[in-house]
Design a protein around this ligand. Sequence first.
Ligand code: XUL
Ligand code: CO
Length: 433
Amino acid sequence: MTDFFKGIPTIKYEGPHSTNEYAFHHYNPDEVLNGKRMEDHLRFAVAYWHSFAWPGGDPFGGQTLQRPWFGETMALARMKADVAFEMFEILGAPFYCFHDADMRPEGASFAESKRNLEEMVDYLGEKQSTHKTRLLWGTANMFSHRRWMSGAATNPDPDVYAYAAATVKANMDATHKLGGQNYVLWGGREGYETLLNTDLRAEREHAGRFLQQVVEYKHKIGFKGSILIEPKPQEPSKHQYDYDVATVYGFLVQFGLEKEVQTNIEQGHAILAGHSFEHEIALATALGIFGSIDMNRNDYQSGWDTDQFPNNHVEKAVAFYEILRAGGYTTGGTNFDAKIRRQSLDPADLILSHVGGMDTCARALKSAAALMADGGMEKARANRYSGWDTGNAKALLTGSLEDAAASVTAKGLNPEPRSGRQERLENLWNRFV
Ligand code: XUL
Ligand code: CO
């Protein structure tokens, strides 16, 4: 036991009227909503990088957070893992996620970095055997070190492509060994700054072949989890190849991977792409590539990726409604890709930020589940499209453009517009949030 969270109790559900800040007010893991326990609906994960590896810097200033485990030694990496699992236990978090660079020190060579990773995987494996927390997903950090400056799989230097392949292979092995349920690839620096020095076609083709190799390796090692791409439109690169869900889908189809790879959708990335979070979830569901979510909130004015904890349950309810419509998660979950603000120095801030985020999501889920159980929204939607239930309407889709044109004259069609009833549906929403 470390004493980092000394005096902080295990967080329990006490209900909406409790005034205890060290309690859940909405997240009640065992409460059943629409036939499923809340914990199984939400599948919360803590992100190693924000909570245990981030020093609190911003573009104008460096480290604000001082943690006893900061430093590049294996002993400190083990202390970090000890603290991490203490936090998972305090929160009752069922899952966590990591990049290699979050949990092992960088070595002087690839071989040393890999050895450090493998030792930490064994250490985390021991931790998992005495705790309930499991690995939701693993990933590789291929954006922080200067070698990735011009990209990983899209780097003009083939040696970097090879290094990226070795890095992802090591991280897939690590994820597989720890029983991870997904493997995530966020583009990091897979994009470009200027067309003046970029062969866009070659970079996309290399990224496509790289992803095919990842899928081939998944099947070779018998990894049963999902491979997920995390879209983001810009930052760090000016132009990122995995801009949004629609762009990723086109990329997957081009390389024959649309049945093999799904998406990890992040609220803040959706906002940066000019979309809403729920749009990205609904589109991924419609395309059959919805996998998991990175839960956070972006500041709507700042225009960059602020990765704050969610605190608006009304907004998140729309997202959870789309997840329920998708049938819920299979291997996915709700990963808090969210960090405390750089002035939030106290160990308690780390815990209470997650408590607030979990409560916000639970409250959103309760609203979404109640609306789903009510059925009014789905009834209204079905009614709006009910014209398509007739045989004549279906024939429009199986026939030709000329057949459809002929039906207009034959039937003397003169369609009368019908109300979209948006405000009435918004009023229905408001009864549940
Ligand atoms: C970056 C981001 C990453 C990915 C994992 O914006 O969201 O933390 O989630 O590499
Ligand atoms: Co993310």
